[in-house]
Design a protein around this ligand. Structure first.
Ligand SMILES: Cc1cc2nc3c(=O)[nH]c(=O)nc-3n(C[C@H](O)[C@H](O)[C@H](O)COP(=O)(O)OP(=O)(O)OC[C@H]3O[C@@H](n4cnc5c(N)ncnc54)[C@H](O)[C@@H]3O)c2cc1C
Length: 569
């Protein structure tokens, strides 16, 4: 088996992974840094981010205000030390991106423009029209090309972490070209594998967002933190789930029900369309339940109306919205309102890390959406994620680089044996396994339906219990799968099977953590436990893998300067 040696392996070529790679490369020219990605980096989900990146870059903004908005938005579950680091380092990252060539949109006087976003007290979302993710990722990617010591392994799928003597010493990854496992060794492994929205049937997330890194860490004994908190974005296109960016409300768009009324005056009159995502998503579901929604071929929906902004504003500030709505709904938002409904968008939870991205497993680090540091608590504010990827991507890259420079060289290759047994597992359990009657697509569809039904915007003891049982039954069915495609070159069925394995593990942590959190907080809304209960649940959940499914423990929330209070807008 081929062994590839590096000092640092970064899994993931999105915003967090690329930022980490550049930061690590800047620490020392001696370090060899691998960037491993199951898709070409520019195809990472970051590319589809539209609205912008939150940072207190000036005007009437301040770091404390950004911190307070983030903490209040999190329903007081964010770790405040992490939030303070985040807000303090975000503006510097925006300027750094500018210096690397990111074409931020500007005010007429030449300063970087900021737009309004949900749950923020002032305009603080920096943007590049409504294609922010594309420009941000492109800037990071082109910057990473300057460093020869960043070595890319594109279209390599990481299947397991190689852990020896209580230390993560590399990864096993299939080269999709030939489906052979490569043993990639390193002194530090950083997971920047993004989210897992694909566990749900209706999502804005790319097909690759299957929670692989979360599952890898979980199986290696690292807990997944706050997994019950799943963000629904209020405005997705029915049918496709394509996101209508929050910028469309930031720029002044209205949400309207079938009576032609801006119904948010009944739910959050002080903020209206600029309320946080959890509150707006609940409001839309309640309008649907009251019979105030429109009926369409893909279910019920409300209207996002941007007509009053005028063609000029739409074309300069929201050109992508116009393009998407024309292509995927067949209407022009300049003249007609856009049908929208809440859609799964983002995972607040993830791999438990400290402020520099270290996990409890020596040698293993994480950042970006795959990680939970935690700045998002029970509900993320729109535009904080891209900045989080930059700030904590940079931090983890620097820390892993310092640790790799300090690490003692290990003689031989202690993990070669582990990578070889991974190859045998893949052949035995997938490529040459016969007789299974189950098909991947059927299990995946049932998993997505179970999560949508049991762990949606509103949850109950019964719905979550049913979802736990459903996920367990699906895990049984998964044991009986077999592949139709036995080819070795770009075997996408093999990849889909491995992703489904990851989705099942991550899904179980979501529904189990949700079941035992008997309160409502942020995005986790229990009809049977409607209030927030700080006495019992001002705590992070930690899901540990056991042979009987997740074991849930709790850890304290770090409070620095903002004592928990009622979340009021
Ligand atoms: C449609 C949409 C719009 C958004 N808009 C905004 C916005 O305007 N502002 C904002 O702040 N946030 C936004 N978000 C959220 C934000 O974009 C994401 O949280 C963020 O980009 C995640 O970046 P990441 O680097 O953590 O992961 P990703 O960009 O998802 O990258 C994950 C990487 O991991 C790799 N990978 C995964 N599994 C494996 C494996 N097994 N082996 C090898 N490689 C693997 C992938 O190939 C990929 O390169 C949006 C999200 C969506 C879905």
């Amino acid at each position: 088996m081929e062994t590839i040696e590096h000092d640092i392996v970064i899994v993931g070529g999105g915003a967090a992974g690329l930022r980490a790679a550049i930061a690590a490369a800047e620490v020392s020219p001696q370090l060899s840094i691998a960037l491993v990605s199951k898709v070409y980096p520019m195809r990472s989900h970051t590319v589809s981010a539209e609205g912008g990146a939150g940072a207190a870059v000036g005007g009437d903004d301040s770091l404390d205000l950004h911190a307070f908005d983030t903490i209040r938005g999190s329903d007081y579950l964010a770790d405040q030390d992490a939030v303070e680091v985040f807000v303090a380092e975000s503006p510097g990252e925006i300027v750094q991106l500018e210096h690397w060539g990111c074409p931020w949109s500007r005010e007429p006087d030449g300063t970087i423009a900021v737009r309004a976003f949900g749950g923020m007290s002032v305009n603080r979302t920096v943007f590049a029209a409504d294609k922010t993710g594309f420009h941000l990722l492109h800037t990071l990617f082109q910057t990473s090309l300057k460093y020869e010591r960043i070595v890319r392994h594109d279209e390599f799928f990481v299947t397991s972490l190689l852990v020896e003597d209580g230390r993560c010493a590399g990864v096993a990854a299939i080269d999709l070209l030939d489906s052979e496992v490569r043993c990639i060794t390193a002194k530090a492994v950083i997971l920047c594998t993004g989210g897992c929205g694909r566990i749900f049937s209706f999502t804005t997330n790319a097909a690759i967002n299957t929670g692989d890194g979360m599952a890898l860490a979980y199986r290696a004994g690292v807990p997944l933190e706050d997994m019950e908190f799943v963000q629904y974005h209020p405005t997705g296109l029915p049918g496709t789930g394509i996101l209508m960016t929050e910028a469309s409300r930031g720029e002044g768009g209205y949400l309207v029900n079938n009576e032609g009324r801006r119904f948010l005056e009944d739910y959050i009159p002080s903020k209206m369309e600029l309320g946080p995502r959890d509150i707006l998503s609940r409001a839309i579901i309640q309008e649907i339940e009251k019979g105030h929604a429109f009926q369409g071929p893909y279910g019920e929906y409300v209207h996002l109306d941007v007509r009053h902004l005028g063609e000029r504003t739409i074309d300069t500030k929201l050109p992508f919205v116009r393009e998407l709505v024309r292509d995927f709904v067949g209407i022009d938002p300049v003249h007609e309102p856009i049908p929208v409904r809440p859609v799964v968008h983002y995972m607040m939870g993830g791999v438990d890390t400290d402020l520099v991205g270290r996990t409890r497993l020596p040698g293993l680090y994480a950042a970006g959406e795959a990680a939970c540091v935690s700045i998002n608590g029970a509900n993320r504010l729109g535009s904080n994620s891209l900045s989080e990827c930059l700030v904590f991507g940079a931090r983890v890259g620097r820390k892993a680089a310092e640790d790799a420079l300090d690490a003692q060289p290990v003689p031989g290759n202690p993990v070669a044996r582990l990578a070889e047994s991974e190859q045998e597992r893949l052949v035995g359990s997938y490529l040459e396994k016969d007789g299974g009657r189950e098909r991947i697509a059927a299990i995946r569809r049932d998993l997505q339906a179970a999560l949508e039904k049991g762990a949606g915007v509103f949850r109950t003891e019964e719905s979550l219990r049913d979802a736990v049982m459903a996920v367990r039954a699906l895990r049984e069915r998964y044991r009986a799968i077999s592949l139709d495609d036995r080819g070795r070159a770009f075997n996408t069925e093999l990849v889909a099977a491995l992703e489904l394995d990851n989705m099942l593990d991550v899904a179980e942590t979501i529904v189990t953590s949700g079941l035992v959190r008997r309160e409502s907080r942020g995005s986790h809304t229990r009809r049977d436990h409607a209030v927030r209960e700080d006495d019992r649940f001002l705590k992070h959940s930690l899901a540990f893998a056991t042979t009987d499914g997740p074991r849930i423990e709790y850890s304290d929330v770090t409070i620095t300067r903002w004592p928990p209070a009622e979340r009021k807008y």
